[in-house]
Design a protein around this ligand. Structure first.
Ligand code: IPE
Ligand code: IPE
Ligand code: MG
Length: 257
């Protein structure tokens, strides 16, 4: 029997246990490759997105069982509006369905749901669903799930800059008080520790406007697997890779020892 321990690493009972690797508190995932998954099977891209929601459900369950405190998922970027209207509306529909179908399970499991991204340009019914999901799960403490939807890191940082500039203009703060902490407090992730691990599936190796501020010292793991095929096994692999990394934060770490 294979077990997954606190570190998320698969081990056989009785097998020598390696020195416990750190488990990331916050894992952020760029769920990529739905379109290619569908194309490989001669299916419409939308079918890839549908299967991507199943992968999300599996992965979130695994992350809860493993004990990841915070999970952020990139589900629609500010730039994804440039896709064909049919695909955009299918993605909007899938978000609605995900919230309607999965919110109860998430709530029961003690997950607090937060949405990061610009809501103003979304349809009112989606906005309402997002607000309801946040309100219902507000007091939950087992895990935080941040859904980055209509999210772009540059837009997020620009909005923070605008908010701070407005405070200066109103005489509520000085220019010198604009520190990294002040900016951080105005990001969609305010109050949430930075991601320790950013995973991107499908083999692409870029951030695509995802958590650029917050990922300053995140470990990046790129996995070739296409998102609809993702689940516990791939997540455990990414966590094991994270465990082999040495985080130095600009210092010397073990090289200085
Ligand atoms: C990720 O899959 C989902 C979204 C970006 C919404 P893609 O749709 O980007 O799939 P590929 O990259 O075309 O394979
Ligand atoms: C990033 O994937 C956005 C999401 C996964 C939601 P894209 O597929 O949109 O990114 P690019 O276009 O390949 O950089
Ligand atoms: Mg893509």
């Amino acid at each position: 029997m294979t077990m997954v321990d606190r570190q998320g690493l698969a081990s056989e009972p009785g097998a020598a246990v390696a020195a416990p690797a750190a488990l990331p508190r916050h894992v952020a995932i760029i769920m990529d490759g739905n379109g290619r998954w569908a194309k490989q099977r001669g299916l419409p891209r939308i079918e890839g997105h549908r299967r991507g929601v199943d992968a999300l459900r599996r992965t979130l369950r695994a992350a809860r069982e493993i004990g990841i405190e915070i999970v952020t998922v990139y589900s629609f970027s500010s730039e994804n509006w440039s896709r064909p209207a049919t695909e955009v509306s299918a993605l909007m529909g899938l978000l609605k369905r995900f919230i309607r179908n999965d919110l109860a399970e998430l709530h029961e499991a003690g997950v607090r749901v937060r949405i990061a991204g610009d809501r103003d340009s979304l349809e009112p019914d989606i906005r309402l669903l997002l607000t309801e999901a946040e309100a219902l799960t507000k007091a939950n403490t087992r895990q935080t799930l941040i859904v980055a939807f209509n999210y772009g890191s540059r837009q997020e940082i620009a909005a923070a800059a605008r908010a701070l500039a407005a405070e200066v203009a109103r005489g509520e703060r000085t220019v010198d008080s604009i520190t990294p902490e002040a900016i951080e407090a105005r990001l969609a992730t305010a109050g949430v520790p930075d991601p320790d691990l950013v995973i991107r599936t499908s083999g692409e190796m870029r951030l695509s406007n995802f958590l650029m501020w917050q990922s300053a010292y995140a470990e990046l793991v790129f996995q070739p697997i296409l998102w609809p095929d993702y689940g516990r096994e791939a997540l455990v692999e990414a966590l094991a890779e994270y465990g082999r990394r040495e985080r130095r934060y600009g210092g010397l770490g073990s090289v200085g020892a």
